[in-house]
Design a protein around this ligand. Structure first.
Ligand code: GLC
Length: 754
């Protein structure tokens, strides 16, 4: 039999292989595991932030002493080929078994080429775009020695007070699931682990498991208390989708869920993730979330915290240093079985073998710089930014034409604190993004409009100084159109950045009102990491474009969209409320027994008092989920279904309902539309949302062109967690819409019969 002997210098052992069947990564992991001491095994379950002692009140950890002993399995925040190679050299060449380190980093929306923040990217409703940006991020990160990103963040968020809404894909489980799959494919090089050994592939991480976005009050790290049905209907689906796409890692969360801290919740970490979903990757805790079991109140000491975290299903301890300190003793005391430790270590070693780290633990430092900021990456950053913008309104002014796109010969005044702040364009979690690589809106508009362009900062993002107002008003007076670049600082969203108000910070609105008094056409370009409450703006500013944080190509992308070289095509993935008092406000809500008549109701709202409403505000969104305009108009023909009636049994046996609508570009410009499929089920054992997104299709039409979009509804789309907490299809009255948003479209009904 042909055999080849491969000497793995890293593991200093000779493994005799039959060429016919090379050992799998799992077999190699098992082989290595058998030669490890308990301390070496536990070392694989330990992750630290490079060079950082543990949390503020924890004992200092001598990482330099641990590395050559195999006492650390993974480092995060070690950045760059030289840095990672130097650390890797210690682990591989000085430790007894030479197990390579796994370097992790928060590569959330780009590594060096910074794309729009995830909430902005999600507004493109384009899985292929998400996959392409993730692929670029992976290639750049891997060139710097990183082979694991703590992304995608797939937390559903229904509360814009929560700053981390910026990091996700908004409020909908269906869209969130589709984009989660796309991100996993991008980072890992495809579905599953088949392409992990490619040097540009990195492990993805579905986080934060689970329901972190449900924090009460929108306050980060706060308690989450939801029903099992909401957990399964709303918060779990994107994680399940990531699991089915072969994501290799999960990250447990900080929050307590229904009284149990999610980094020690066996029901979710083992019951659902492993027993139900058969996930066989590994789970890393969030930053010191194992230690935080003590302040949560379910552990009185380190040993109990380590025990509860590990026994619940967290394989790797990020930064708490409790597994290193406590697991060996727990095993020797018989509290934790060594088999359980072996199972965790095996998952981590298998991932390292799948990445090819044992054969290629180092990166080529000479090739690192050339791997960054390639022209095609910059082009993709601009494309992604253009697709992320959401045109909320674009009214005609006295001239009869919509304010946008800008006329080529217009005199433009650009005003606002976000107009020329390169760093702000990076958004939160900007990884290795550098402000030097950003092109601001000011730079691009100045280049485009030359002497017909003036700029004034006007005011700061926060604070109440009005000293810049006069110069801003002067600039506005001499212009045909005024563009106001206003919004939040990037530090006002992301982690530990919740707000109690959602309006424009500081005195930006005052400045906008002063400028508006001049009677010039005004365009508000709003930069933020969340939906904002902009009722005055919506009532008084003719054109509003949500720009989120567009990344490196903010200026070119915005200029192309504002001038019509490109048309806006994004649609909201998170509801925009009128007032923060409405929050949480989301499209897929229940009807209640006293609903205020809405767009889907025949009867109109006559103001009857005793309905689910506010006495001081319209309860509807300012701008709904799925809303977004462009520079042309589309009409939707009536929604059609392939049948008026279908039995539950037929659905269970694979039958499908086809739903379609013909959409026509009725304007004078080419335009891109995102048609959305919604359902509602009535007569069911539990109340179902007034609408649920179950499909979408994005396409471009020339003026006069039509397209018939077709969707299929099967048991998979119609099943929900019923009164018995079974995932099932039920007889019901099914209403479907093919629509441009969550409050429009013509319905058609299908009876689903027993
Ligand atoms: C942070 C975040 C998490 C991140 C991790 C490592 O606290 O909660 O999203 O991946 O720590 O930076």
């Amino acid at each position: 039999m042909n055999t080849a002997t491969i000497v793995c210098p890293l593991v200093a052992s000779v493994v005799s292989l039959s060429l016919a069947a090379a050992p799998t990564p799992d077999q190699r992991a098992l082989d290595l595991l058998q030669r490890m001491t308990l301390e070496e095994k536990v070392g694989q379950l330990v992750q630290f932030s490079d060079g950082m002692a543990t949390g503020p009140d924890r004992v200092k950890v001598d990482q330099a002493a641990l590395l050559p002993k195999g006492g650390i399995g993974s480092l995060l925040n070690a950045v760059g080929a030289h840095k990672t190679n130097a650390l890797q050299k210690i682990a591989v060449e000085q430790s007894r078994l030479g197990v390579p380190l796994l370097f992790g980093l928060d590569v959330i929306h780009g590594y060096r080429t910074t794309f729009p923040v995830p909430l902005g990217l999600s507004a493109a409703w384009d899985p292929s775009l998400i996959e392409r940006t993730a692929r670029v991020a992976a290639a750049e990160a891997a060139a710097g020695g990183i082979r694991w990103t703590f992304a995608p963040m797939v937390d559903i968020a229904r509360d814009p007070r929560w700053g981390r809404i910026m990091e996700g894909s908004g409020e909908d489980p269906y869209l969130g699931s589709a984009l989660a799959v796309a991100a996993v494919r991008g980072y890992q090089g495809g579905i599953g682990t088949a392409n992990l050994a490619q040097p540009t592939s990195i492990l993805a991480c579905a986080k934060h498991f689970v329901a972190y976005g449900g924090a009460e009050g929108g306050r980060d790290y706060n308690t989450v208390d939801i029903s099992e049905r909401v957990l399964r209907d709303v918060y779990l689906p994107p994680f399940k989708a990531a699991t089915d796409a072969g994501v290799v890692t999960f990250m447990s969360a900080f929050n307590a869920l229904n009284g149990v801290p999610t980094s020690a919740y066996r029901h979710t970490l083992t019951g659902i993730l492993r027993d139900e979903w058969k996930f066989d990757g590994f789970v890393v805790s969030d930053w010191t979330s194992i230690t935080e079991l003590i302040p949560h109140g379910i552990a009185l000491d380190d040993r109990t915290a380590a025990f509860k975290g590990f026994a619940s299903g967290v394989d790797m301890d990020m930064q708490a240093n409790l597994y290193a300190a406590e697991l060996p003793g727990l095993v020797r005391a018989g509290k934790v079985s060594e088999q359980a430790v072996d199972a965790s270590v095996r998952r981590i070693l298998r991932a390292k073998f799948e990445l090819g780290l044992f054969e290629n633990p180092y990166v080529n430092a000479d090739a690192e710089a050339a791997a960054m900021l390639k022209p095609e990456y910059i082009a993709l950053a601009r494309e992604a930014a253009e697709q992320s913008f959401v045109l909320l309104k674009n009214d005609a002014t006295s001239g009869g034409k919509p304010v946008l796109p800008l006329a080529a010969n217009a005199r433009i005044a650009l005003i606002g604190p976000l107009a020329d702040d390169a760093e702000e364009m990076l958004g939160g979690w900007s990884c290795q993004g550098k402000k030097e690589d950003v092109v601001t809106l000011r730079a691009s508009l100045a280049e485009r409009f030359g002497t017909a362009f003036t700029y004034a900062k006007g005011t700061a993002i926060t604070g109440d100084s009005r000293e810049g107002f006069a110069a801003a008003l002067d600039a506005a007076k001499n212009a045909d159109v005024v563009i106001m670049a206003l919004g939040e600082s990037r530090h006002m969203s992301g982690e530990a950045a919740s707000r109690t108000r959602l309006d424009l910070p500081g005195n930006q609105l005052d400045l906008l009102k002063e400028v508006s008094k001049l009677g010039k056409p005004v365009v508000l370009v709003a930069f933020s990491g969340r939906p904002l409450t902009i009722p005055w703006e919506a009532a008084n500013v003719p054109a509003i474009l949500m720009a989120w944080y567009p990344g490196l190509q903010a200026g070119p992308a915005l200029t192309r969209v504002l001038t019509g070289d490109a048309a806006p095509s994004g649609k909201l993935t998170a509801t925009m409320p009128r007032a923060v008092g409405q929050v949480p406000l989301y499209y897929n809500h229940l009807k209640t027994g006293r609903p205020v008549p809405g767009p889907d109701d025949e009867k109109k709202d006559e103001g009857y008092k005793f309905l689910s409403r506010y006495v001081d505000e319209d309860g509807s969104p300012l701008y709904p989920f799925g809303h977004g305009l462009t520079y042309t108009t589309f009409t939707y023909a009536a929604t059609k279904a392939s049948t008026k009636e279908l039995s539950v049994n037929a659905l269970r046996n694979g039958a499908a309902i086809e739903v379609e609508s013909t959409i026509t570009n009725t304007g004078s410009r080419s335009g891109t539309e995102i048609a959305q499929l919604y359902i509602r089920q009535r007569g069911t054992s539990v109340a179902r949302p007034v609408r649920e997104l179950k499909g979408f299709e994005k396409f471009t039409l020339e003026p006069g062109q039509s397209r018939t979009v077709k969707f299929k509804l099967t048991a998979a789309e119609l099943a929900f967690w019923n009164i018995d907490m079974q995932l099932a299809v039920e007889a019901c009255e099914l209403t479907v819409w093919v629509a441009p948003s969550s409050i429009t479209g013509t319905p058609t009904k299908i009876m689903i019969t027993e």
